[in-house]
Design a binder for this molecule. Structure first.
Ligand code: ATP
Ligand code: MG
Length: 343
């Protein structure tokens, strides 16, 4: 091995699970950033990670619908299937195949530290699927199957990306190669962790049983306004300076959401609304959210009228993804010593 690390060309990969409808958290923490990355002209690969979704039970018909609706959400938010590669994970076999290799690289102790498993399995960990436990290995495979160098995600995925780095480094070390890049997490913006509207200590999630906890990209203007009006807050007005939000998670969350939607800093939001109560701030936030989300919502509904076209886009994206991932998988199997006898 040479002393200077091998340089991998920049390539962005990220995914979202079709485990429900898209939320404002997914939009601000992930999707909006995906569009920015695409528009910077870097190679971008985006995936509906359906194999991740089935780590918890999914009704088959709902999963199919959610996968297509998620694809519609990507496109409606600004992902151009001609410029980005857009597909669903299960159509590219290299993800699951590489995940098996990583099951054999990652250590039990590493996975046992993953907080997402603890959060999702809850008190009943013995009864969780082994897929839920091994989830981070599949996520590492998603990224490494493309030799991706940068992964835009929300805050909650930071630990999984650190594990991805550990897996890549251990593989490279164990086989004496510089085959997998050490990926850089890209966690940026004012809303890297959008919190539940019902509980400022819990992140907003598409799989949360309470629909009032989140804003869905499919919510209409009335639902958005109602959910924000009922969002849990404290009785104090907004502070005059940002550090006044330190012990106020719900207020801080709404300020961050406003900032991310308006593309301004939280400081700017406080400069504008400091001293005002939620009676004034919540309707302003609702108006802004509706202004930004309504066009996406309308475009998603339009796209969902032609499911065959969505499937065609996903199929074409899968073929392009496969063309990158299959040779990487073949090389990886070869490094490991798995005989490849096909020409
Ligand atoms: P689930 O509850 O099924 O895990 P989810 O809402 O957490 O769904 P994922 O598909 O797990 O969504 O994550 C997709 C992307 O959205 C990831 O990059 C994740 O970090 C980001 N994300 C998820 N929730 C939030 C949030 N509340 N704030 C910011 N980013 C988020
Ligand atoms: Mg999640």
């Amino acid at each position: 091995m040479s002393d200077t690390p091998k340089a991998f060309p920049p390539r962005i990969f990220s995914g979202i699970q079709p485990s429900g409808g898209l939320t404002l958290g997914n939009y601000l923490g992930a999707l909006k950033r995906f569009v920015q990355a695409q528009d910077q002209g870097i190679e971008t690969i985006y995936c509906m990670v359906d194999l991740h979704a089935i780590t918890v039970w999914q009704d088959p018909a709902k999963l199919r619908h959610a996968t297509r609706e998620l694809a519609a959400g990507f496109i409606a938010a600004g992902i151009d299937p001609a410029r980005s590669i857009l597909f669903n994970q299960s159509q590219v076999p290299a993800h699951a195949q590489l995940a098996w290799i990583f099951n054999c690289v990652a250590r039990m102790g590493w996975l046992k530290r993953m907080t997402q498993f603890k959060d999702k399995a809850g008190k009943n960990a013995e009864n969780a699927s082994t897929g839920l436990f091994a989830y981070p290995n599949l996520m590492a495979a998603d990224i490494m199957a493309y030799h991706a160098t940068h992964v835009p995600v929300g805050e909650d995925q930071k630990q999984h990306l650190e594990l991805t780095r550990d897996i890549a480094a251990k593989f490279n070390h164990d086989y004496g190669v510089e085959f997998f890049p050490i990926v850089e997490p890209v966690i940026e913006g004012a809303a890297t962790r959008v919190m539940s509207l019902r509980d400022g200590t819990k992140k907003m999630s598409k799989s949360d049983p309470s629909d009032m906890s989140r804003i869905n990209l499919t919510d209409d203007a009335d639902a958005i306004a109602q959910k924000l009006r009922k969002a849990r807050t404290d009785p104090e007005p907004l502070p005059e300076a940002l550090d006044g939000l330190a012990e106020r998670p719900e207020a801080r969350n709404l300020v961050n959401i406003y900032a991310a939607l308006a593309d301004i800093s939280p400081e700017d939001v406080i400069a504008q609304y400091g001293g005002q109560g939620f009676g004034a701030f919540k309707p302003a936030l609702a108006d802004l959210a509706v202004e930004k989300l309504a066009p996406i919502n309308a475009e998603m509904s339009r796209l969902m009228q032609d499911v065959a076209e969505i499937d065609r886009i996903l199929g074409e994206g899968a073929a392009r993804a496969n063309a990158i991932a299959q040779p990487i998988l073949d090389q990886c199997y070869d490094i490991v010593g798995l005989v490849r006898s096909r020409p």
